[in-house]
Design a protein around this ligand. Sequence first.
Ligand code: GAP
Length: 441
Amino acid sequence: MTDLMEAVTSLAKRRGIAFQSAEIYGGLRSSWDYGPLGVELRRNIRNAWWRATVQLRDDIVGVEAAIVTSPRVWQASGHLETFHDPLVECTNCHQRFRQDDLEANADGVVLCPNCGGAEFTEPKQFNLMLKTFLGPIEDDDAVAYLRPETAQGMFVNFPAVQTVSRKKLPFGIAQIGKSFRNEITPGNFIFRTREFEQMEMEFFVEPGTDDEWFEYWVDQRLQWYLDLGVSKDKLRLRSHDPEELAHYAKAATDVEYEFPFGWQELEGIANRTDFDLDAHQSASGEDLTYFDQEKDARYLPYVVEPAVGVDRALLAFLLDAYRVEEAPTAKGGTDKRTVLGLHRDLAPIKVAVLPLSRNEKLVPEARRVHDVVKPEWISQYDDAGAIGRRYRRQDEVGTPFCVTVDFESLDDHEVTVRERDTMQQDRVPIDNLVSYLRDRL
Ligand code: GAP
């Protein structure tokens, strides 16, 4: 693991962002649990996406479909037949790998990352669907699957959602929810796991306008990361070659992020054409066409889909925000501080309220200030340890503002507000604190 991955993984564990699931039993390589700060960070990522994708637009509505649905959905969508990764096995140590994850060395030879062996079995197509049984009898009739993408919930509900929302094309249906894939090689912390959460949107358009909408969504999605403060030079767009396109796609572009383990897909934008609606229409016998009143014509819309994982986005936000820098100490020296320079909308705690000490007069006053801030933003009260250490603790989890209550506050009813990145301090009347913070959060 690289130093940055190591530092971020250890910070995530130490500060309750994410840790291995069931660690007391030795954990499970592909499963991670999110702690108190991780839960807030995830919620903020989802909210930022939902706000930009649904709430601030008039042309997109939401759904929440079931994770376990009719297996006929997966039959029709092609996932049972074609949702495969090529699997190879090292003939020496018998470890299995995704063939496209293995890279040739400088001599052009692919070596086993586990034992260094150079011989592998022929690639086998390995289906990524996670299978289960519904009900008490485990026979073929009881087979069901955990969804590998949320998208199908939008396709099978297309006519119902279109009717109830009375939307005309172009319009979209968005969903955030868990998906599951039996990945051959999960890894890199929360980058690739077998259980993950997706934020997906199917944008239904008139055929012939799909290429334009595809470009539009690629631009919009790249801009979303920039607006949330992700470094421009760590992001790039990559178009898929025809041979790597998913079975349903006519074109696809990934928003890639330069992770410490290389440039990797952060989000995929695909032109899914009418592949899915057509497949479900044929398999179900139901009419899934759209009636275009202006054109007096009925047709199957084409679909442009941006899709990103909450967990993968969270990893990119954490890595991008992490920095260690020199900072002045109260005694006039310098010290190192770790800062998560998270965008304010993403920061798990927005405000920390800190009495200068545990003095019996300062504590109740600081609690009163905390009560003023709490209804507006997630605020954390902390009186444990030296004030400098408490600032550092908040910097490390990206808290944009620390509000300090000192002895002068008892007389002048003002507090010191310290900003995370500049460390600039302003003296603010408690009566104006909410409006001061509102201007900046
Ligand atoms: N509906 C289209 C679709 O699912 P995808 O490129 O396979 O497309 C979309 O997945 C996004 O979901 C990816 O860009 C990634 O952010 C996330 N994702 C996919 N597989 C994942 C995994 N095993 N672990 C974590 N995130 C994953």
